[in-house]
Write a new protein. Sequence first.
Lengths: 173, 108
Amino acid sequence: MDVMEAIKGRRSIRQFTDRPVEREKLERLLEAARWAPSGGNLQRWRFVVVTSPSQRELVKKFAPGIFAMPAAFIVVCADKEPDANPWKEALYLADCSIASQNIMLTAYEMGIGTCVALSYAKSAISEILELPENVEPMLVVTLGYPAEDPEPPPRFELSEMAFEERYGQEWKP
Amino acid sequence: MSQRMVVSEEGLYEVLAFLVSSAQILVNEPHLYGTFRLIDGASRLIGFALESGQLEDEEFLRRLKEDVDERKFLLMTDEDTYFQLLEDSTRAMAREMKKRASAQEAGA
């Protein structure tokens, strides 16, 4: 699949079928995440894959922003250094976000729907997943075979967001 | 008016997990998400009550839940319709509560 096709075709999927996501596909998603760029090549991301019904139930109960049960969650965590400064804190989120996008695009290529969520109780998820104190759940990616085919939401025009040489000077194709 | 329990203990815990989590994450979420969590929480609570099969009359709550679930996600794309949902739900609840109060008085 062409990269642009994946970028433009991917939708946030919030309704899933009951079909489980095959283990080799989960492995491929983790591999895609592993190859994401990271600031200073620190690779401080950690990934917790949740597929068992009991763990999925628990995670979902503490994630008010997740509305239907996915076949799996990948909880994208940051293994934070003690006393990380604001720059490092920003880096953790940036790196985890980029890794999550790799997961989502690779999933799309395999016909798996995803949605990235931030609306979950971090303390509860840490408890459920038994995360060490320095490991923080930064994002939750829900995964499953889509039970919906949503229309793409509108996008702003490039002219509204892209500039040339200096802010405000319109980018021309 | 019936005094029987209409939400199971498991349902109670699930709603509590939802409410407590929402309280925590709403500290930093956009303020409108708070309205969403409340109306979504109402829908979830109705869902457990309907599941129990213990409601004296489930018609009103079933309709309310359907309406909420149909329109709640419009928060992201159509705020006016979403606000109308909140208005309609509140008004519908008030009407129903009035009806129930009248029925209780008549039965007393």
